[in-house]
Design a binder for this molecule. Structure first.
Ligand code: NAD
Ligand code: DAU
Length: 330
């Protein structure tokens, strides 16, 4: 297939680009290169003749429509993706996550692209005190980020319903691994620990997330892309539930640091307490996550330990101003 992926210079997108090429596909990567988009994430494939990069905003029809020529499937992964930034400054979130998704759908329809896969998130369901969300559960997003992603999902389903487009949605759980921008819990705490900086735990740290390694998330997207039913939603969860404090303790142990680095700071406004996904439907397509939490987290910590040249420049740039605003008076 010739796959157009958006956001391929980000964390999950760059893994997906690499995996798609390894599976024998051609890839067109459309990315705006926001603060989270890093060409270094795909530098190893930049010279592959089956790979094309298009520097564009997914909300710009004139820029994305020509990139759709000859494309068999769109995998729309580009998004403003960080909950804390959506609380500080929400404006960009509906622009990319809702309007950008609608523009991509319109361009794919114009171009007659056979399948459109939307990469979404478990956060669209909101928080669940016990049990696990199924794909049929209602959407009750809590943050400007998750509300924007839910808006994107509804656009996708509406284009399927109204125009008969072949659309599929995946809803992934909290993802971790190499090349994740160090604003999210795991890369932030690993890199802070490596620099002997504080680890700012929000509130009591007993919030629960359902963790999945990035390669398992990508294999779930491929399973839905290749074998998913049209108009259907598939949860992609690792099934590794852990409190934030537990993850923090594991990171301290793996980096050889002690708990004096941990500081409890003011909680995130509107903070979801627990996420959990029922993945029966995707498993029915033959998918299962392969990585265990302990070995995948150890590998991830090793990657950040060995690749300081990847994250040190990030932490000294735009990131510094964000960090001071987000954590300065917390
Ligand atoms: P990321 O923030 O690391 O990367 C986002 C990428 O999208 C960047 O390369 C950025 O430059 C690009 N981008 C942003 N706005 C754009 C625009 N308007 N036009 C073109 N490109 C644009 O994100 P991520 O963590 O890799 O997440 C990728 C997708 O997966 C998102 O849709 C996110 O909602 C979803 N998701 C993420 C997680 C997670 O834990 N990280 C879990 C479930 C779902
Ligand atoms: O669940 C999927 C979602 O996971 C994705 O859709 C999002 O793109 C991704 O950012 C992630 O959202 P979260 O808000 O769950 O991830 P984050 O890494 O920001 O936070 C994970 C947990 O850690 C959450 O309970 C908040 C807490 N946390 C986070 C940071 C950055 C802290 O306690 N301290 C921190 O400094």
């Amino acid at each position: 297939m010739r796959i157009l992926v958006t956001g391929g210079c980000g964390f999950i997108g760059s893994q997906f680009v690499r995996d798609a090429l390894e599976r024998g596909h051609e890839v067109v990567n459309v990315d705006k290169l926001t603060y989270a988009g890093n060409p270094a994430n795909v530098a190893d494939v930049a010279d592959d003749p089956r790979y094309t990069f298009v520097h564009a905003d997914i909300a710009d029809h004139g820029a994305v429509r020509p990139a759709m020529e000859g494309v068999d499937a769109v995998v729309n992964m580009a998004a403003e993706s960080h909950v804390d930034r959506s609380i500080l400054d929400p404006a960009a979130f509906p622009m990319t996550d809702v309007v950008g998704t609608a523009v991509m759908l319109g361009a794919a329809r114009d171009a007659g692209v056979a399948r459109f896969l939307q990469v979404s998130t478990d956060e669209v369901y909101g928080s669940i005190p016990r049990g696990a969300f199924k794909e049929t559960d209602p959407l009750t997003p809590s943050s400007p980020y998750s509300a924007s992603k839910a808006g994107g999902d509804l656009q996708v389903l509406a284009y399927g319903h109204t125009y008969g487009m072949d659309v599929v949605i995946t809803r992934g759980s909290n993802t971790f691994g190499p090349r994740q921008y160090p604003e999210k819990l795991i890369p932030l705490f690993v890199t802070n620990a490596l620099e002997d900086q504080k680890l700012p735990v929000y509130g009591d740290g007993m919030q629960i997330r359902d963790w999945i390694h990035v390669t398992d998330h990508c294999s779930g997207i491929f399973a839905a892309l290749e074998n998913g039913e049209t108009g259907e939603v598939y949860n992609v969860g690792g099934g590794h539930e852990a409190t934030n404090l537990h993850i923090t303790e594991q990171i301290l142990a793996l980096t050889g640091k002690d708990d004096r680095l941990v500081t409890h700071v003011a909680d995130r406004p509107g903070h979801d307490r627990r996420y959990a996904l029922d993945t029966t439907k995707l498993r029915g397509l033959g998918w299962a996550p392969k990585r265990t939490m302990d070995e995948a987290l150890a590998d991830t910590v090793a990657w950040y330990t060995d690749n300081r040249e990847w994250w040190e420049p990030i932490k000294s740039g735009e990131y510094r101003a964000y960090y001071d605003t987000q954590y300065g008076n917390r």
